[in-house]
Structures are given as C-alpha cells and as structure tokens.
Ligand binder design. Structure first.
Ligand SMILES: Nc1ncnc2c1ncn2[C@@H]1O[C@H](COP(=O)(O)OP(=O)(O)O)[C@@H](O)[C@H]1O
Ligand SMILES: [Mg+2]
Length: 277
C-alpha cells in the first residue's frame, strides 16, 4: 500500500514521536526516534546489533518506559493501559524462550485467551484455528522446551496470533533458523501481511526485509532513524548498508535482486533456494 503522508494521526497504526530511552546503567539505546506506520503496512526495522531495535519494540508495548510519545491505534501507551495494549498487540520476543513457559504447546497457546477471560472451550477453539493456520496442529501435546528454535518461534507466533491482534511486533523472527524454517516462517509472515495485519519486524535479515517490507526504517549507530523509505531504494544502496554495518564492505546484496520477486513468494516451489545467502 502507499502511505498517505497527509493522513490524520488518528488513522495511524503506530506513531512514535521523539522517543528516548536509556538503560539504568546510563547507556543510551534510543536517542529521539520518530516514525509513523499506517494500518496494514508491513514495515521492517533494520539496524546493526545494538542499534536499539529490541529496545524500541519493548517500549512500544510498555514493557520499557521511555520519554516521548507512543500511540498504538490512536491510543497513547501509558502505565494505565499497558494491559489492554498488550492484548491487542501481538509480540514475538527475540528469544522465544522468554514467552514459552507451559508444559505443552496447547497450554501456551490458550494461556492468553484464558487470561482475557474466555472460557476454556472458546480458548481451545481459537487455539485449534491458529495452530491449524500455522500447520502446527500436531504440536499441541509437545513440550515447548523440547522444540527446535524454529518451532519455538512459530509457537511464540501462535501465542501472539491467537489473541487476534491488529498489530504484530516481531523481533528477529528468522534469527537462528535454518534456511527451510526461515522460508516457512517468511511464508507465514507473507500471508499475515496479505491478510492486512500491521507488522513491524525488527531484523537485519536482508532477505526477510526484501520479501515482506512495504517500507524499511533504519536505526543507525546514533540511535535515531537514519533512513525511512522504499525497500528497493534502501536495499540497493550498498554504500548506505555498509556504512550502517548491515552488510560487509565488499558484499553485493543487490545481486540478490536479480531474481528478486518479492510478491510472488507464495508461488515459490519448495525447492526454491536463495543461493546468494
Ligand atoms: N538490559 C540492558 N542494560 C544495559 N544496556 C542494554 C540492555 N539491553 C540492551 N542494552 C544496550 O542498548 C543498546 C540497544 O540494544 P538493543 O535494543 O538490544 O539493540 P538491537 O536489538 O538493535 O540489537 C545497545 O547498546 C545495548 O548494548
Ligand atoms: Mg535485538
């Protein structure tokens, strides 16, 4: 979709204005970050390690409290409404172990709905639907801590999706995944994007960015937004990417784009590989 810059701020999915955050040890993690995300946009947040991506996502749902203004679906995030904000905003942590704690996948997936006050029957119905959509019905009885990293990420995603959030915040969803798990996860994200979910995905995975981003926002080493624009412009600017420590000085990510066809991902065959990665 093409964002309309004139749109009223009430119509924004996410609005961040001059957000600053420092950790208790004094380390500055965000030094005045501002951006807007429109409903149904799929935005990739890029930045080298330590640029502040995780900190930003944690601020968005009120887990960390910075200075500045954050609005989700027009509502300002403050200590009084973090509970309702979190129930409407799906969050997948960088480390899925931080959000899986039940003896079985099914228990983890129904935890949120039960906490919302749904009956066990209704919660189970929702969990069935969500796990089915993720092709994970067989995982219900399994112990989350025995799953592979990729499977844990998908369960974590299921715990977020089962709440039916309008906004999804995903922190490094493909980090640590083997190529096949990564491709499968990207397929799921691609479908969610198609369904009109608003997504903000933190990653330094160029391939993921190329596949799902309508727009890319880059956090620089100065902990502010150094670029906010179209994927094809940003991902082909190798000097910029190298300067921001997103690619090696001598790599040529743009070669990837020779076979780039970001919107045909669902039509790829199983044997489709990305030999440049
Ligand atoms: N708990 C913490 N205490 C102190 N500094 C932290 C903590 N977590 C992250 N940082 C620092 O804050 C900055 C931003 O980190 P982070 O948000 O994790 O970046 P990213 O997710 O982009 O890798 C880094 O300099 C990091 O070292
Ligand atoms: Mg991070």
């Amino acid at each position: 979709m093409t964002p309309n810059p004139q749109a009223l701020s009430d119509n924004l999915a996410i609005e961040v204005r001059d957000l600053k955050f420092s950790y208790p040890d004094g380390r500055i993690a965000l030094a005045g970050v501002s951006f807007k995300i429109y409903p149904a946009e799929s935005v990739v947040l890029m930045g080298a390690n330590g640029a502040g991506k995780s900190t930003l996502l944690l601020c968005l749902v009120g887990i960390l409290k910075g200075n500045g203004t954050i609005r989700l679906q027009g509502v300002e995030v403050n200590p009084d409404n973090v509970f309702s904000i979190r129930s409407q905003t799906g969050f997948v942590f960088q480390n899925p172990e931080h959000q899986l704690f039940s003896p079985s996948v099914l228990e983890d997936v129904i935890f949120g709905p039960l906490n919302l006050g749904l009956s066990r029957e209704e919660a189970l119905k929702r969990a069935d639907k969500t796990l089915g959509e993720l092709n994970m019905t067989d995982f219900k009885p399994r112990a989350p801590h025995h799953l592979s990293q990729g499977e844990k990420k998908k369960v974590a995603l299921a715990t977020a999706l089962v709440m039916g959030p309008g906004i999804l915040l995903l922190d490094e969803p493909t980090a640590g995944l083997d190529p096949r798990s990564s491709t499968q996860l990207i397929d799921v994200l691609f479908r969610l994007k198609d369904e009109g979910k608003t997504m903000l995905v933190a990653t330094h995975d160029m391939h993921l960015a190329e596949e799902i981003a309508d727009r890319i926002i880059v956090l620089g080493e100065n902990k502010t937004v150094v670029r906010d624009g179209l994927p094809r412009e940003i991902l082909s600017d190798t000097a910029f990417l190298a300067r921001n420590n997103l690619i090696h000085e001598h790599s040529h990510f743009h070669e990837l784009r020779r076979h780039g066809h970001p919107h045909s991902h669902l039509h790829h065959e199983d044997d489709h590989t990305h030999p440049h990665l």
